[in-house]
Ligand binder design. Structure first.
Ligand code: URA
Length: 244
C-alpha cells in the first residue's frame, strides 16, 4: 500500500474541474477545507487520510484503520491464499479489503498481529532500523539449557542472509518453555535460533510488540480496533536488551 503525499494544488486539479492556476482564487474564497479547516496554501500536503472538501463536495474521505488481531495457529498471514484461511478472512469490516498485515507470523504461530490500511504506519513498524522488541512464548521439543541465553545474546549467524541476529533475550520458564524477546523479524527467526541447538519449536505465541500486549479479552480469531492510547505503547520498550 502506498503512503503517497500530494500538494493540494495537484490533488485539486486531479479530483475536480479546476486546474492548478485556479487554486489561489479558491483559497482566497475559502472554498477548500482540509480536515474541516480552510486550506491555507497551494503546497499544503495531502495524504490518503486527509479529509478534502471543495464547497459542499467531499473529494476524499478515507478513515485510517488500526486493528489488533489474535491470530490463531493454522491461519496464514496473507490477504489471499488458495489453501488456508487468511488473517483477512477473520475480519468483518466493510473496508477490510483495504487492510494489510504489519509484519508476519508463521502459519503455526499464534498471537498479536496488527492490521492497517495506513502504509506509513506499517512501514515505520517494519523498517529494519526500527528495533522495537517483540515478545514470544515458546514451547520446545527438548529441554532448554541456560547456555542458550549467552548464544542468543551474542547473536547467531544466518548463512543464507549472511547476517548475525541482533541480541535476543531468553527468559527460561521451565525445561521446555521460555519467553524470547527479539528486536528484528527475520524469516522463521525463532525456529532457526532454536534450530541452532537442534531443538524444535513446538508452539510459538506472540504476546507483545513494544509495550502493547495482546488484549487478554480477545479469543483466538477475534479482533478489535487499537485504542488511541495504545499507539504510544508501540514505541515503548518493556525492558532493556542486554548486549554482552
Ligand atoms: N519467529 C518464527 O520462527 N516464527 C514466527 O512466526 C515469528 C518469529
Amino acid at each position: 500500500m502506498s503512503a503517497k503525499r500530494h500538494r493540494l494544488d495537484r490533488f485539486i486539479s486531479q479530483h475536480s474541474e479546476f486546474n492548478r492556476k485556479d487554486i489561489r482564487l479558491l483559497l482566497a474564497q475559502k472554498r477548500i477545507f482540509l480536515d474541516h479547516q480552510p486550506a491555507k496554501s497551494a503546497s499544503q500536503p495531502i495524504d490518503e487520510f486527509t479529509h478534502v472538501q471543495l464547497d459542499d463536495r467531499v473529494l476524499q474521505d478515507n478513515q485510517p484503520l488500526y486493528i489488533m488481531l489474535y491470530k490463531p495457529a493454522g491461519v496464514v498471514t496473507a490477504v489471499k491464499d488458495d489453501e488456508h484461511k487468511t488473517v483477512l478472512d477473520l475480519i468483518d469490516h466493510p473496508n477490510k479489503d483495504q487492510l494489510h498485515h504489519v509484519g508476519r507470523l508463521d502459519l503455526n504461530t499464534s498471537g498479536l498481529l496488527l492490521l492497517t490500511n495506513d502504509g506509513r504506519f506499517s512501514k515505520k513498524l517494519t523498517h529494519p532500523d526500527h528495533h522495537i522488541s517483540k515478545r514470544y512464548h515458546v514451547t520446545l521439543a527438548n529441554p532448554i539449557y541456560g547456555s542458550y541465553r549467552k548464544t542468543f545474546q551474542q547473536g547467531i549467524y544466518f548463512a543464507y542472509e549472511g547476517i548475525t541476529t541482533r541480541p535476543a533475550e531468553l527468559e527460561i520458564l521451565n525445561d521446555y518453555q521460555a519467553i524470547i524477546t527479539l528486536t528484528e523479524g527475520r524469516y522463521h527467526q525463532i525456529k532457526r535460533m532454536f534450530g541452532h541447538f537442534r531443538n524444535q519449536v513446538i508452539e510459538l505465541h506472540r504476546h507483545s510488540i513494544g509495550m502493547l500486549e495482546l488484549d487478554s479479552e480477545l479469543e483466538p480469531g477475534q479482533w478489535r480496533f487499537l485504542k488511541e492510547e495504545e499507539f504510544a505503547l508501540l514505541e515503548q520498550e518493556p525492558n532493556t536488551i542486554m548486549e554482552c
